[in-house]
Design a protein around this ligand. Structure first.
Ligand code: ATP
Ligand code: MG
Length: 576
């Protein structure tokens, strides 16, 4: 490709509102342009990278037994009504009508569509299992589209759906997909963590995010220092340690308290004791039946709503209580009690941490009084005891052997157990088993964000001059800088190098521009981030100068050794 003809040129400065490195660099280097917020054009350079990512994903999915197909972009809304996701999909779901008044969802994911096509075949157990995937457009009316390709409103996802006769069979495919994803991201050149995450209703061990560690990542997860434990913050567990095991138990007392003491910070100041010595009460409300839940927890801990919902079997149903809710139970927002409300519509939950402190403070706080020396198990107990606390950096891993460290990562893909969730909700989503009975499918789904993966590579692989593409997905292998091209002899040599390399099947972006100074050409080569930079100039004579993008040294060589060097796969390990 001749740079002079390339559509989508480099730009020296990013735009003002661009805060993420990947957004800036993909814009400046001429890979993407925004249409409207969260919707992007992939320019020719961007498309080449994208296509290479797609190719790697397809090759590995096919090797793993996946079968590529395509589903329509408009999903009949009735399908989403069958699973009730037309309502629960929230604001992210977009819908359109056609001229006949038929309603469609612009799908943000495609479980219903794949169940719908599969159920039409009335399969028997002999035809299962299988895994079908697509490179499909997804529409999500995200509240916060973030800069560049990281969180967009319209994108292509590799989404795969597997169908099985049993849960055990699904689990085999899950492992197969876990390995396949590892191969995909390794080939792309990303280092990643496989993070057990929350699986909504399904629970258990069958949901993993593939996260690439990065400050701009929105996924938070904990890793133990010894590397033996890893979990998404939504589900992370930790080992509690006793706060004051050697203290004698004292009698519970009600004491006077200055009225300015309201918040946890006030308490800490007033008693000159750390937050872990206090009781904290946090109130939630069931969105459906209005029931209130008071969670009593150690003062230094935060409630993990996700763990709480699982403990109560109320996944997705709890909201933070409002001041109004709290007043309605005869309490005040700053003085919720840890026990004692005689109201059938209030349920108490005790976090396990209450068992680690002696002589706690609080629990029955009022405007001018407080309670001290409160001991869980002696002064109050609750029927529901559970681990509902957020893990924190520095806490011990569940095995108690090393400390937890908080990491931030970009979720580039995930694998997910669906069980019979969709097949039970959708009619006729069954196969005929070997006993002649119709049974619902067991399913799994597996997604990769292709554009997000591209942005993630830039996020973790760049320097202050520009992008550093891993060879496997670089838009071109070589950036050929032609200098002094106004001299016939030099131009002919540069043209010859371009022609010969191209004939060898090496992808070359040839900077053939006249009247652009060397500094600018070098800056563009660095910005675009192609793995090898070649220079042909008056100075190089019959030789060419070679430099790797990620290194500083240059090397002079003749054409034949150059071709030899460029045709040896550098990432040979992953070449077939
Ligand atoms: P997130 O938590 O980031 O919103 P998600 O859990 O909604 O992601 P999935 O529905 O599981 O994501 O989609 C599978 C993959 O699609 C994700 O792992 C991610 O790589 C990609 N993806 C999801 N939403 C977006 C988006 N708005 N823009 C770009 N890629 C996305
Ligand atoms: Mg999302």
């Amino acid at each position: 490709m001749r740079y002079s003809k390339l559509f989508g040129k480099t730009v020296r400065e990013p735009q003002k509102d661009m805060s993420q490195v990947s957004h800036k660099l993909l814009y400046q280097a001429g890979f993407i342009r925004e249409s409207t917020a969260g919707r992007y054009y992939l320019l020719p350079l961007g498309q080449r990278v994208f296509d290479k990512i797609v190719k790697i994903v397809e090759e590995e999915m096919d090797k793993a037994g996946g079968q590529k197909m395509s589903a329509p972009i408009l999903h009949p809304l009735e399908l989403w009504e069958e699973t009730n996701r037309d309502k629960s999909g929230g604001y992210e779901l977009m819908t359109v009508k056609d001229r006949r008044g038929a309603s469609f969802a612009l799908g943000g994911t495609a479980e219903e569509m794949f169940v719908d096509v599969v159920r039409r075949f009335r399969l028997t157990y002999k035809e299962l299992p299988f895994n079908v995937y697509q490179m499909g457009y997804k529409f999500r009316d995200e509240l916060r589209a973030r800069g560049g390709l990281m969180r967009v409103r319209e994108f292509i996802m590799k989404d795969a759906y597997s169908f099985h006769t049993t849960d055990e069979d699904f689990k085999k495919e899950y492992e197969n997909m876990r390995e396949t994803y590892s191969k995909i991201f390794t080939r792309i050149g990303l280092k990643f963590d496989i993070v057990p995450a929350d699986n909504g209703y399904f629970g258990g061990d069958y949901c993993h995010e593939f996260d690439v560690e990065s400050e701009v990542g929105e996924s938070k997860y904990f890793v133990s220092e010894d590397g033996n434990y890893i979990a998404h913050e939504d589900i992370a567990k930790f080992k509690l340690t006793d706060v004051n095991p050697n203290e004698e138990l004292k009698d519970m007392e009600i004491v006077e308290q200055p009225e300015w003491v309201r918040t946890m910070e006030d308490n800490i100041k007033n008693y000159n004791l750390p937050a872990e010595r206090f009781l904290k009460n946090v109130v939630y409300k069931n969105r459906v039946d209005g029931k209130l839940y008071i969670v009593v927890i150690r003062g230094d801990l935060q409630v993990n709503k996700n763990k709480l919902e699982h403990a109560l079997d109320l996944v997705g149903l709890l909201d933070d209580a409002t001041d109004e809710d709290i007043l309605s139970m005869g309490s005040k927002p700053v003085w919720v009690h840890s026990w004692g409300f005689e109201n059938v519509n209030i349920v108490f939950v005790a976090d396990e941490s209450l068992k680690t402190v002696k002589n706690m403070i609080g629990g029955q706080k009022e405007a001018s009084t407080d309670t001290i020396n409160v001991n869980y198990g002696r002064d109050f107990t609750h029927d529901i005891e559970a681990d509902v606390a957020m893990a924190q950096s520095g806490f011990l891993a569940p095995d108690g052997k090393s400390k937890l460290v908080l990491k931030k990562g970009i979720e580039v893909g995930n694998i997910f157990q669906l069980g019979q969730h969709y097949s039970k909700k959708m009619r006729d989503a069954v196969f005929v088993d070997n006993d002649g009975k119709s049974k619902e499918f067991y399913m799994g789904c597996y997604g990769i964000g292709l554009g997000r993966t591209m942005a993630t590579v830039v996020e973790v692989s760049h320097d202050d001059k520009g992008i550093i593409w891993p060879e496997a997905i670089a838009p071109y292998k070589v950036y050929l800088v032609g200098l002094n091209l106004e001299l016939d002899e030099v131009r002919e040599r540069a043209e010859q190098v371009y022609k010969e390399l191209t004939e060898q099947g090496i992808e070359v972006l040839y900077d053939d521009r006249l009247g652009v100074n060397p500094g600018e050409k070098f800056a563009d080569a660095d910005l675009v981030g192609v793995p090898y930079r070649l220079v042909v100039s008056k100075k190089t004579g019959d030789m060419v100068e070679l430099k790797k993008r990620a290194e500083d040294e240059t090397e002079m060589m003749n054409k034949s050794s150059l071709i030899g060097k460029l045709t040896i796969p550098q990432d040979g390990k992953y070449h077939q």
